[in-house]
Design a protein around this ligand. Sequence first.
Ligand code: ADP
Ligand code: MG
Length: 726
Amino acid sequence: MNILTQDIKYLQGVGPQRATLLANELNIKTVGDLLTYYPYKYVDRSRIYKIRDIDANMAYVQLCGQIYSFESMGEGRNKRLIAHFVDGTGSLDLVWFQGIKYAAKNYDCRKTYIVFGKPTVFNGHLQIAHPEIELAPDHLKVEVQTMGNLFEKEPQNPNLQEKAIEAQPTVFKGLCPSYNTSEKMKKSGLTSAGMAKLTANMFKLLKEPLTETLPLYITAQHHLMSYDEAIRNIHYPTSPEALRHAQLRLKFEELFYVQLNILRYVKDRQLHYKGIVFSTVGQHFNDFFYHHLPFQLTEAQKRVIREIRADMKSGRQMNRLLQGDVGSGKTLVALMVALIAIDNGCQACIMAPTEILAEQHLDTLREFLGDMPIRVDLLTGTVKGKRRTEVFKGLVTGDIHILVGTHAVIEDNVLFHQLGLVVIDEQHRFGVAQRAKLWMKNHVPPHVLVMTATPIPRTLAMTLYGDLDVSVIDELPPGRKPIRTIHMFDAHRQRIYELMNRELQLGRQIYIVYPLIKETEKMDLKDLEAGFEEISKAFPSYKVSKVHGKMKPAEKDTEMQRFASHETHILVSTTVIEVGVNVPNASVMIIENAERFGLSQLHQLRGRVGRGADQSYCVLVTKYELSNTTRRRIQVMVDTTDGFEIAEQDLKLRGPGDLEGTQQSGMAFDLKIANLAQDGQILTLARDSAQAVITSDPDERNQQNDILWRRLRELRKTNVNWGAIS
Ligand code: ADP
Ligand code: MG
């Protein structure tokens, strides 16, 4: 019987009630689940501090001494119990706001305790609130008492304490694990310390070494600790050095299996699905290229089109990610590769995340194509009734060459004559599973091009889109001046107005954007209305448009259109303009409450200006008091216009879990120990290592690798999202 699969309920110290808690709160159901519930930090309990040496800036400290007296203070909610604690070098207060009765009953004056907690200062007094506290063992007590009278003077021989530490490893535990737990768990005694008791009990059961989870040749190659040693040290490190090794081993392993899963999936996909072969670049492409292209392609655009072209004639299904900063000209690339599909008797479909963007794409494509005999049509949620039927018909007959749409196009009842290419713009709202759904639209799955203007840090791309090949447009069309970004405080309104006036007089247009947060939509709208009033008053000789999400689409469109055609000069809006609108004459982007936006969102918004040849400005308006992180985020925007740099910084400042799109994607974010913001190097090693396995053992015959495939199967069973990609 494998201990690891045993119900957690039977572990000493658990029982049915706590078992339910563990399952509900942490999804820990078996002993094995607890084994991989890693501490989130470690507290150094290898030394005992003297009260005179500690101050409120220190993290957790361990003290040894006695309670001199108790004191009850306050009434009602302010009620608290204070124990005056002394160790011969000074005194501090132990304070309880809760569990007062328990503390008063269980702790005694003049007994020697080991006390553990975070020192703070209150009313000029050092204190530790809700300390962990345990009776010092007997011989330590003797040692401490021989230091002399604790309550009056300095100890005679301070070295005694150090000796006691050495003599008493059961109390001075070295690096102690801290486990995250919930409020509910704490009420049932499952605090961090409570969890530590459970993991300690678990290790008492695990006498045999744990089964290794990586082949020996891989652990040897990367000088990794064994699984058994790593797991034991991750919970109870024998030294800081051992802890580092354990972390490395477990991070590597975690990332390795994520990559092995992805790369194996890629291999299978290539094995099972043939790609449609687009053998020619024909009449439409050439006609467009020679007669309709309004400008020269940038070198980057040309290179990317070549890469895509190579995929599409290879006989393999293309799955490619196209990264290119805002304004780098991805739409044109999408159009040109769609023309290749059409030249080869296929249809193309371009998907956008919002209706506005889909509509804009439709317009852009139609404008680019001019009088070419290519039918482009639109399918979104608002295309209804007769229009919808017409579109459906045109798709089945093949009369529609390019369909532009939103999520609506992946619905099962949307059928194509011969779908050969799917372009997904602003990918981050589409998960792997959704992409896979698109393949069913043809008997041979269409080529897939995923485009993003939110550059993704490499580590994230490798995990989130690890199944995709990557192309990058790393060059903007010529003649664009970098946008100047300025940070201003609310209070500097006058200076903002001066800048606006100057630009308006030059005939330019201005965006003003307000944040929109769903929970407080009403309030946000009020901000926007107030802003609109204020601006209208401050600029009486200019016309001001207003656009927000609560307006009817038609109304919204009209207002946008008025701004686009220069009928109005200032557009006050919520983030509905984030993606899409292209008004080259607009030269100023003012973002109100900029602190409330994510970096990539700010970058997107800023990308709305700087589309013409003139100097453009982005003004980030914030309140005066900002947290350090926010200040740094704003500074990043001021310092750079490089989307990749911004994405890297965003990942560092916020962590992968908060980045846009990562929640839906699932695949990579069940990470228990690796951190994509910090472990880029380990990730690269893991990816290369996984790739080497796939390449050297494509048929999975090498017995040394048996352990890998078995482990992968186990992980796929327990990791719901992993299964979703096959
Ligand atoms: P994004 O990559 O953000 O989707 P777009 O495709 O919207 O960028 O392109 C931004 C603007 O640049 C559009 O007005 C487009 O027509 C223009 N553009 C695209 N490619 C070029 C080019 N090679 N030279 C000049 N302008 C270009
Ligand atoms: Mg675009």
